[in-house]
Design a protein around this ligand. Structure first.
Ligand SMILES: [Zn+2]
Length: 242
């Protein structure tokens, strides 16, 4: 599988909001600025077939109205499915109505976003032999917030979404060949992991490959200085194959 780190920063960072693209067509999170970022890096919006939203914070789902408008302007007809927490469609509509009052129905009629809300996904085939399982993670006061494992060709990629270090993170890392984890801060927080959690995880699972995302600039700099063997600290636009 091809993993492209579209955005690796957190709010306040110089790099874009956390978002990852798998095999050019499965996007994990679509926060503020991600649609333009995809275009700047040579992607075509029509190629995005599926999107997994981890939770309903603006830096993870805030660009869905702009995806809708892009599909509307360019009359993109290829289907798109957006998987996310219960209440996602209503929240997107409310956001759209604030940003572009009165246009939601007209745009959605052409954009045809298929919103799929769930409480739990267990080995759900999203097409192309890719299977998704969701895990409820702990993201401070916001519930639910999800992490995911995407499986294809017997390979598993794990995504923590935004989360503190909780049991679900261990489950995701243990099962996945490659995990992409929230490392917002230096220290552990109630809503996010920090470099201290990532150090613990890389030591506990020395044979697992781990990459970080959702990084503040300072955290990124400090993590790079640690030279951890099984840790990748990607910048926006980096691509790896697993
Ligand atoms: Zn969040």
């Amino acid at each position: 599988m091809k993993i492209e780190f579209v955005g690796t920063g957190s709010i306040g960072a110089t790099q874009s909001s956390s978002s990852t693209l798998i095999d050019n067509k499965l996007l994990i999170d679509m926060g503020n600025g991600i649609i333009k970022k995809l275009k700047q890096t040579g992607h075509q919006i029509k190629d995005i077939e599926n999107c997994l939203i981890t939770h309903l914070h603006g830096d993870h789902f805030g660009d869905i109205p702009f995806l809708m408008l892009d599909r509307f302007f360019y009359k993109i007809e290829t289907p798109i499915h957006i998987y996310g927490p219960k209440g996602m469609e209503k929240t997107v509509k409310e956001l759209f109505d604030i940003l572009f009052p009165g246009d939601y129905e007209t745009v959605q009629e052409i954009a045809k976003i298929d919103f799929i809300e769930f409480e739990e996904m267990k080995n759900v085939n999203i097409g192309d032999e890719t299977y998704i399982t969701s895990y409820e993670v702990q993201h401070g006061k916001l519930q639910p917030a999800y992490g995911y494992i995407a499986e294809k060709d017997n390979q598993k990629i794990g995504f923590s979404g935004d989360s503190c270090y909780c049991e679900a993170i261990d489950i995701i890392v243990k099962q996945s060949d490659f995990s992409i984890l929230d490392m917002s801060w230096m220290e552990s927080k109630k809503a996010h992991m920090g470099l201290e959690d990532i150090l613990k995880i890389t030591q506990t699972y020395p044979d697992k490959r781990i990459a970080t995302t959702h990084m503040q600039d300072y955290t990124r700099e400090q993590a790079k200085k640690q030279n951890i063997k099984n840790l990748i600290i990607p910048d926006d636009g980096e691509i790896i194959e697993i």
